[in-house]
Design a protein around this ligand. Structure first.
Ligand code: CP3
Length: 361
């Protein structure tokens, strides 16, 4: 492993371990994104996946929010996308402006078109390089988060060929071809495991798995098709890092909308942190997870459009609701999903300032 500058802000890592912190660490999903004028400037000259594949550009964009919000923000997340994994499996993915796959998987016969073995270091080496470069560029200011998409969410994109409102194709697979679906989900899970292990080796200090479409599944389908792959990934990553003699890193599971399974995920997922969307009250989530796991989240991203007073009110109530016996503990402040393109960067700054103020112990 490369030698990196010492970390000067470990709030994120302490909260992920379940500790009480002087205030809540805070970052936001999609913080390096279209709401930032400096990001849009780089996008004028470069395609989305071109940026992902060019470590100098990915590094530059990853550190943009760290520069802008220096002293207010407690983590960087590597600039990339969950859809680099389907690309590594041999699928073509375009971004115009949302993701689209010219040749989605129509039937299980199409699984044969995918690469049967994926060498993550070869196919996704550009992400690993960007992580190492970013760790150096951050100079220890904040920790760097690595990530991947969850098997079910990636499966849904690969079968639907893009985003979906009904998930008709991907869910048809679960009903019609349950065994083949599990085979494909298992193949994706193996790649995710290797990819996260390599990200930690390259310098990622926390790993997050995004199951953005978990909430589209009936709870029993989540338990049957998604949850086993999520556990498999956490178990595999931790075991492989130990075997390689690499220090373990905390892992966050964001199974958006799977709020009926919070209790089970706290008990047996193998993750250190559970991400929450805004549809569950933090104090209720605390009572479900019974101190077994740290939490991340969960302000409705649309509150950032409500003006400074609304933002302050929402942050104040969120901070109070996440507290354990009146103390900020085992909590990473964030939104309940990604920040959207129309947000004024000054309003996000205010969000950060309010989190500092109202989460202070
Ligand atoms: O969080 C960060 O700042 C790190 C980078 C990151 C991106 N995508 C950059 C991105 C991360 C962590 C993701 C994850 C991702 N990508 C998810 C999971 C999180 C979630 O939001 O549920 C999903 C579902 C995707 C797939 C994806 N990529 C979609 C649906 C879209 C289009 C819609 C959108 O949100 O913009 C993307 C494009 C994308 N990924 C952009 C960025 C900054 C915008 C693309 C552009 O510049 O035109």
């Amino acid at each position: 492993m490369a030698d990196f500058p010492p970390l000067r802000n470990d709030l994120l890592l302490r909260a992920a371990r379940g500790e009480e912190t002087e205030r809540a660490p805070v970052w936001v999903m999609r913080q390096a994104g279209r709401y930032l004028p400096e990001f849009r400037k780089v996008r004028e000259d470069h395609e989305f996946f071109e940026i992902c594949r060019t470590p100098t550009l990915a590094t530059e964009i990853t550190v943009q929010p760290i520069r802008r919000y220096s002293g207010l923000i407690d983590a960087a997340i590597i600039f990339s996308d969950i859809l680099v994994v389907p690309q590594a499996m041999g699928m073509e993915v375009l971004m115009n402006p949302g993701p689209s796959f010219p040749s989605p998987l129509d039937t299980p016969d199409d699984i044969a078109k995918l690469r049967s073995k994926v060498d993550v270091k070869k196919e996704l080496g550009y992400v690993l390089e960007a992580i190492t470069m970013t760790r150096k560029e951050l100079k220890g200011e904040v920790p760097l988060i690595g990530f991947c998409g969850a098997p079910w969410t990636l499966f849904a994109y690969m079968v639907e060929g893009g985003g979906s409102k009904t998930f008709q194709k991907s869910k048809s697979w679960l009903f019609k071809y349950p065994n083949e679906s599990k085979e494909l989900l298992g193949r994706i899970a193996d790649i995710c495991t290797d990819f996260l292990v390599e990200q930690a080796k390259a310098g990622a200090q926390l790993l997050q798995v995004f199951d953005s479409w978990a909430g589209e599944l009936a709870p029993h389908h989540f338990e049957e098709f998604s949850y086993p792959t999520l556990r498999y990934i956490a178990e595999g990553v931790k075991r492989k890092l130990t075997e390689a003699g690499v220090p373990g890193v905390p892992m966050t599971l964001f199974a958006k909308g799977a709020n009926q399974s919070l209790d089970a995920m706290a008990q047996s997922s193998g993750y250190d942190v559970l991400g929450l969307d805004w549809c569950v009250e933090p104090s209720h989530a605390r009572s479900l997870v019974k101190g077994k796991i740290a939490l991340q989240g969960n302000m409705d991203p649309n509150a950032l459009y409500g003006g400074k007073n609304a933002i302050e009110r929402e942050v104040q109530r969120m901070c109070a609701s996440f507290k354990v016996a009146g103390k900020t503990k085992a909590w990473i402040a964030n939104l309940g999903h990604g920040i959207t393109p129309g947000v004024d960067p000054e309003d996000l700054k205010w969000f950060f300032e309010c989190v500092h103020k109202y989460s202070e112990n």
